[in-house]
Design a protein around this ligand. Structure first.
Ligand code: B4P
Length: 193
């Protein structure tokens, strides 16, 4: 089993690149953003709680997302490996993920970190907001709040994996296929080394 984390600020292309990576490597895609939006659309109590945070551009509490990931891992025990998209987003989530994966004897192989400038992020998310119907993508103030959350709480996750020498930084601006090729190169270097 091999596990990959796709990391980066909101709008850096995690969702976009995840689709291509899971198709190539046959991994199970676990996006906490998608899981939370599915809870919201099904009007579950968890979804209602999550929505209050997401609509303000804030992170959903750790215990909620960690429990969600834990059950998703248990439900996909036969998987060849996981692509974590948008998780972990805090230091505590990173520690919790390591513990969960230790139990399965299946560590994270690499954290792929997409690097994109703030102005490009805002531009992309406002553009997506024109068609996505996502309430957190239509208001520039909320988008900037998400980016601030990222720098305050999420950027530290890269430091966590850096101590194990597992971070690969990839430029997330340019053509989608060119970025995909750079991500694949980083994975292949580790998978077969
Ligand atoms: P997410 O669903 O994870 O989404 P995201 O960060 O907004 O976007 P992503 O980086 O996936 O962008 P995409 O590829 O789609 O999070 C939403 C919210 O959920 C968070 O704010 C938080 O409240 C909550 N949440 C999720 N996980 C959580 C956790 N672990 N803990 C706590 N809370 C959590 O790309 C964006 C746009 O850019 C797209 O329109 C795409 O077409 C475009 N694009 C992509 N690559 C491009 C390129 N190379 N050039 C030009 N455009 C590009």
């Amino acid at each position: 089993m091999f596990n990959i984390i796709l990391f980066g600020p909101p709008g850096s292309g995690k969702g976009t690149q995840s689709e291509k990576l899971i198709a190539k490597y046959g991994l199970k895609h676990l996006s906490t953003g998608d899981l939370l939006r599915s809870e919201i659309s099904r009007h579950t109590p968890l979804g209602q709680e999550a929505r209050n945070f997401m609509d303000k551009g804030q992170l959903v509490p750790d215990e909620v997302v960690i429990a969600m990931i834990s059950s998703a891992l248990d439900a996909n025990i036969e998987s060849k490996g996981f692509l974590f998209d948008g998780f972990p987003r805090t230091y505590d989530q990173a520690e919790a993920l390591d513990k969960l994966l230790d139990l399965k004897n299946a560590p994270v192989v690499v954290m792929l970190a997409l690097n994109v400038s703030e102005e490009e992020l805002v531009k992309r998310l406002l553009k997506r907001g024109e068609t996505s119907g996502r309430s957190d993508d239509t208001n520039e103030e909320i988008i900037r709040a998400r980016i601030v959350e990222y720098y305050n709480k999420t950027a530290a996750v890269a430091e966590y994996y850096q101590q194990f020498n597992k971070v690969a930084i990839v430029k997330g601006e340019g053509g989608i296929d060119d970025i995909f090729k750079m991500l694949c190169k980083e994975i292949d270097n580790r998978q077969f080394s």
